[in-house]
Design a binder for this molecule. Structure first.
Ligand code: RTP
Ligand code: MG
Length: 141
């Protein structure tokens, strides 16, 4: 087992529903530690840059519009197998297909407003962490 870090973003729908604390509890109960966090209302440029990999996808514009529709809560999670563990806690992209008890099953409305983002690989976790945080903002503990 490897100690990893991953990026989690609580999306505008879940921040608006006031369930940041309930989602943090899921991380904590699974043994993931928050080692950096910030609430931010993303600019269009920031959201487009973050999701640049999806630029050619048909849902890109809707995704960007949604991600800038309100503040998001961005955190770096640290723990054993943090990347996969966070994806497991999140559940499937489409909440209709998300397993019972996952964050998306419990808090997401639709495939667009799906409550959370999580890095999909260790490599992307490092890229996404650097996108939002300076090295000095990480607090290993
Ligand atoms: P995320 O990146 O947000 O953690 O979600 P994911 O890996 O489960 O899904 P991904 O394929 O990376 O897609 C990014 C976000 O785009 C929206 N999406 N909409 N309408 C659609 O078919 C569609 N497909 C993806 C979702 O909000 C997804 O979280
Ligand atoms: Mg993704």
């Amino acid at each position: 087992m490897a100690l990893e870090r991953t990026i989690s973003i609580i999306k505008p729908d879940a921040v608006a529903k006031n369930v940041v604390g309930q989602i943090y509890a899921r991380f904590e109960n699974a043994g993931l530690k928050v080692v950096a966090a910030k609430m931010k209302h993303l600019s269009r440029r920031e959201a487009e840059g973050f999701y640049a990999v999806h630029r050619e996808r048909p849902f890109f514009n809707a995704l960007v519009e949604f991600m800038i529709s309100g503040p998001v809560m961005i955190q770096v999670l640290e723990g054993e197998n943090a990347v996969a563990k966070n994806r497991e806690l999140m559940g499937a992209t489409n909440p209709k297909e998300a397993a019972a008890g996952t964050i998306r099953a419990d808090f997401a409305q639709s495939i667009d407003a799906n409550a959370v983002h999580g890095s999909d690989s260790l490599e992307n976790a490092a890229i996404e962490t650097a996108y939002f945080f300076a090295a000095t903002e990480l607090c290993p503990r």
